[in-house]
Design a binder for this molecule. Structure first.
Ligand SMILES: [Zn+2]
Length: 162
C-alpha cells in the first residue's frame, strides 16, 4: 500500500467475506473501496452468491483526478497519535501542530502528489472498468463527489433508502 499499489485479490475477498458474516452485518453492509478490480468483483459476486446474498447497489462517487490530487495534498497526519487533518477542510488550530497531542503534523507519503497520481493510474486501469461491470448488472448509481461532504452523504443515504 505504501507504494500506491493494491493488496492481492483472494486475501482481500476472504477478509471481506469473514467480516460481512458477523452479526452486525445481518441487516446489511457497505463496502468502501472494495472491490477495486474486475477479478475482485467477480470473486465477491461468487462468494456472496454462495451464502445467498448479492450486491444491491454500487455507488460511484465521481471526482475529477485534479480535485483528488489537490485534496490529498492538503491532508496532514499526526504520526504520534494518528489524528488526521486537512489544511483547508479540517485545519489544526496552530499550523503544523496536532490539536490532540501537540506533535508535528506531516504530509504522509501516501498523500503526496506523485503517490496519488500513481494510484489514480492504477484506478483508471483496474477500478474504472467496474463502472461498466455494475452498469451491466443494473445496480450502478453515481454521486457527484465534488459537492460538500454533507450533500454527498445525503445522496448516498438517499440511494440506500436508509
Ligand atoms: Zn497527535
Amino acid at each position: 500500500m505504501d507504494q500506491g499499489l493494491l493488496v492481492p485479490d483472494e486475501l482481500t475477498c476472504d477478509l471481506v467475506m469473514d467480516r460481512i458474516q458477523q452479526d452486525d452485518c445481518k441487516n446489511g453492509f457497505v463496502l468502501d473501496g472494495f472491490p477495486r478490480t474486475i477479478p475482485q468483483a467477480e470473486a465477491l459476486d461468487a462468494a456472496l452468491s454462495k451464502i445467498g446474498q448479492k450486491m444491491d447497489y454500487a455507488i460511484d462517487v465521481d471526482v475529477p483526478d485534479e480535485n483528488i490530487v489537490n485534496r490529498m495534498g492538503g491532508r496532514r497526519a499526526c504520526l504520534s497519535c494518528g489524528a488526521t487533518y486537512h489544511v483547508e477542510f479540517n485545519p489544526t488550530k496552530a499550523e503544523g501542530i496536532c490539536d490532540a497531542c501537540g506533535a508535528q503534523t506531516v504530509l504522509r507519503d501516501d498523500d503526496k502528489p506523485e503517490t496519488v497520481q500513481k494510484r489514480l493510474t492504477v484506478y483508471h486501469e483496474q477500478t474504472q472498468p467496474l463502472i461498466d461491470y455494475y452498469k451491466n448488472q443494473d445496480i450502478l448509481k453515481s454521486v457527484d463527489g465534488t459537492q460538500p461532504m454533507e450533500a454527498v452523504f445525503d445522496a448516498i443515504i438517499g440511494i440506500l433508502g436508509a
